[in-house]
Design a protein around this ligand. Structure first.
Ligand SMILES: [Ca+2]
Length: 348
């Protein structure tokens, strides 16, 4: 279950779904991108049969839903890696997210949803600032939630995944099944649901499997609404993090000065974002930690973030830093969320 969720939420490299569009190749304007209906293509009908069986859905309903799907050329283009990859640059990445407009709007969003954020913090142990920050990084508090029909996005990436990069069609085929199951459960019209080019939905940009497994009807009105209900958004983000290992009252990271010895440094970097070393083990290998970090009760990870040609940035990541990477498998993403959260807390 956990492995599938990691794949569901974390396949997209370091940028949140919406941001992938900006620094990459020039995309086709969404509304002008060529589309064509899948209609009754043989592989689509075969998929309808399989999805109905796996998810216990009515085959005629699944078939009717899938025949509404349209190939979208912009989706197929956006899933491709950038023609010229950008050098990893933490300072540049940070500047996009930890900036005054996103902080001001975040403080307003925080005030608007204060009681739900408090309730989520009490129940799940995830601080309000972290929840607001995730929503801010993912969709700028709902300003950018995706202009694609989720049905078209998932169908395109299932049936016409472009050649020229690693094939992820099996992942999207599974998500298409989850999406149809979800549509049936929530009584959505599958052809009316909008999301990112990868099929991520709502303010927190959950993939369908994450909505099924982690979304909450936090305001208890009988439905899950990750676009219109701030309460459901808050509860769902907090639950997602707590179910991926978030620990109450634990910081996300500590400052660290890495070992000067490059061999020791390389050894500490081997496990990447996975907390592996006790503070004492880190110190033995020559890393300098402050008193708070030295008293940390769990394992730490030495996180290295590159700054193009300038010196890298290092932090000592905790279990909670790792939990943030379950949302998006990138240390750049996780540190941006953690630092935006701190800025929000200071401004709130
Ligand atoms: Ca609700």
């Amino acid at each position: 279950m956990r492995r599938r969720t990691i794949a569901a939420t974390a396949w997209a490299l370091c940028w949140p779904a919406w941001a992938a569009r900006a620094p990459r190749r020039k995309a086709l304007p969404v509304r002008e991108a060529p589309t064509r209906p899948y209609g009754r293509r043989r592989d689509v009908l075969a998929a309808a049969h399989a999805i109905a069986e796996v998810h216990g859905l009515d085959e005629a309903w699944v078939e009717a839903a899938l025949t509404q799907a349209r190939f979208n050329a912009a989706v197929a283009q956006l899933i491709m890696p950038a023609a010229a990859p950008f050098a990893k640059n933490w300072a540049g990445y940070r500047a996009r997210f930890v900036e005054p407009r996103r902080i001001d709007a975040g403080v307003r969003w925080w005030h608007e949803h204060e009681s739900w954020l408090q309730l989520a913090e009490e129940r799940f142990g995830v601080p309000a600032g972290i929840v607001v920050s995730v929503v801010g990084v993912e969709t700028f508090y709902g300003r950018v939630t995706g202009a694609f029909r989720v049905l078209d996005a998932l169908a395109t990436l299932t049936f016409d995944f472009p050649t020229g990069r690693s094939d992820r069609s099996a992942f999207f085929r599974a998500e298409l099944g989850h999406f149809l199951e979800l549509s049936q459960r929530e009584r959505w019209d599958p052809s009316a649901v909008m999301g990112s080019y990868a099929g991520a939905m709502g303010l927190p940009q959950f993939m369908p499997s994450s909505v099924l497994n982690y979304a909450l009807d936090f305001d208890d009105d009988g439905r899950i609404d990750l676009l219109g209900s701030g309460a459901d958004v808050v509860g769902s983000v907090a639950r997602f993090l707590t179910e991926h290992g978030w620990r109450r009252d634990m910081p996300t990271h500590y400052p660290v000065e890495p070992p000067a010895d490059i061999v020791e440094r390389a050894r500490l970097l081997v496990p990447d974002i996975v907390p592996t070393f006790s503070p004492a083990q880190m110190a033995e290998r020559g890393a300098h930690l402050d008193d708070a970090a030295l008293q940390h009760p769990g394992a730490l990870a030495l996180i290295e973030l590159l700054n193009s040609d300038a010196a890298p940035t290092y932090v000592a990541g905790t279990q909670n830093f790792y939990a943030l990477t379950r949302y998006n498998a990138s240390s750049y993403y996780a540190l941006a969320v953690a630092e935006l959260a701190r800025a929000l807390e200071a401004a709130h």
